[in-house]
Design a protein around this ligand. Structure first.
Ligand code: SF4
Length: 368
């Protein structure tokens, strides 16, 4: 089946959604099951695809798919939102952000509320859009809210290099990029009980599949780097089941049309030229060593927190929200007593209900 999917003839999306192939894979998974299995996806794109395409209904009950910390908005702590809100209240500041962050509640406000109150908060589709806004507004400072994993961080790095090259001095980033492998390590050394990972396809396109090799090597966990169509996901589940059954865990690449073992060396070089690893706090997972990216000293002039230091008190998150436990795979959204009642996509009480890749948002839109 892997051969068939990588065949040059399979090149249109419809072919990755082919009903016969989907049912064939579903049957092969049922035939392969010999016990119980728990696999976690750590990419919000996978969470959304799994529920949009009804994948759980195509799997035997012995296979449990668990959502992990794969949504960048969801893992970004409430203190980051509070800082962004505080910056938006300063004079001559333009905040540029991806749309998902607008509605995320901070402890006292959100960017959406600040914008309604007159703050200059703009939606952008890329970091380069924010740089262009800075170029056209020399009398103001533009702060780009730089969140996301290895997928979006190279874009921030390239934009900062471009800002320096063009001598644009009114551009800053509020950096909270994160990297996935340390979070996966924290998960498997914590309370989560897993047999393997549906590894993130977009992250792996940058890092290469080698970034996950410690998981089978050190923890005996099955790993398959996976694409985002129904046949991708089902084929990966089949590959994971076979790895577990054989007792020979490894990192396999199902998403071979986008991912190699070594990844994108150009993106990796830009990223490490501008950013360096640092410890970072993840919602639900706490402080994880080496899981964040901060600007290298040579690029500090672009760091909003260094050039405009803030003095804001850390406050507690909404205690009724169980996003933290959901991100660790210990609960599902329907376990939350606010789910679908006082917490909906229109009126989110927590970060996991905001983004289209957040587990609560996905479960709300695609009820089982
Ligand atoms: S349903 Fe809302 S309050 Fe509950 S965990 Fe999800 S985001 Fe948090």
């Amino acid at each position: 089946m892997k051969q068939e999917m990588n065949d040059p003839g399979v090149k249109y999306i419809e072919e990755f959604r082919d009903k016969e192939m989907v049912l064939n894979l579903s049957g092969r998974i049922r035939d392969s099951v010999t016990g119980e299995y728990s696999f976690m996806e750590v990419c919000g794109g996978h969470t959304a695809a799994i529920h949009r395409f009804g994948i759980p209904s195509l799997l035997p009950p012995a296979i449990r798919l668990v959502s992990g910390p794969g949504c960048p908005v969801c893992v970004t702590g409430v203190d980051y939102i509070d800082k962004a809100v505080a910056y938006s209240r300063l004079d001559n500041i333009i905040i540029c952000t991806f749309g998902d962050l607008m509605k995320v509640p901070g402890t006292g406000s959100s960017l959406e509320k600040e914008r309604a109150g007159g703050a200059d908060v703009r939606l952008v589709l890329s970091c380069l859009d924010a740089l262009e806004i800075a170029e056209y507004n020399p009398g103001k400072t533009v702060i780009f809210l730089a969140i996301g994993f290895e997928t979006t961080a190279p874009g921030s790095a390239v934009t900062i290099l471009r800002a320096r090259e063009k001598g644009i001095r009114n551009f800053r980033v509020l950096a909270a990029h994160k990297v996935m492998p340390p979070a996966m390590k924290a998960l498997v050394t914590g309370e989560s009980k897993l047999d393997g990972f549906i590894c993130p396809g977009h992250v792996a396109a940058i890092t290469g599949s080698m970034a996950f090799e410690f998981l089978p090597g050190d923890f005996g966990l099955a790993c398959v780097v996976t694409g985002f169509e129904p046949t991708d996901i089902l084929l990966s589940v089949l590959m994971l089941v076979k790895q577990v059954n054989s007792g020979k865990p490894a990192v396999e690449i199902e998403y071979s049309r986008a991912v190699t073992r070594l990844g994108n060396s150009i993106a990796q070089e830009r990223l490490s030229r501008v950013f360096e690893p640092c410890d970072a706090a993840w919602r639900g997972l706490g402080m994880i060593p080496g899981s964040g990216l901060r600007l290298r000293r040579d690029f500090e002039e672009f760091d909003a927190e260094i050039t405009f230091p803030l003095d804001i008190a850390l406050r507690e998150e909404n205690r009724s929200c169980i996003c933290g436990r959901i991100l660790k795979g210990l609960n599902t959204p329907v376990d939350c007593k606010l789910f679908g009642k006082s917490c909906t996509p229109e009126s989110p009480a927590g970060a996991c209900m905001v983004s289209a890749e957040g587990a609560c948002n996905v479960y709300y839109r695609y009820p089982e």
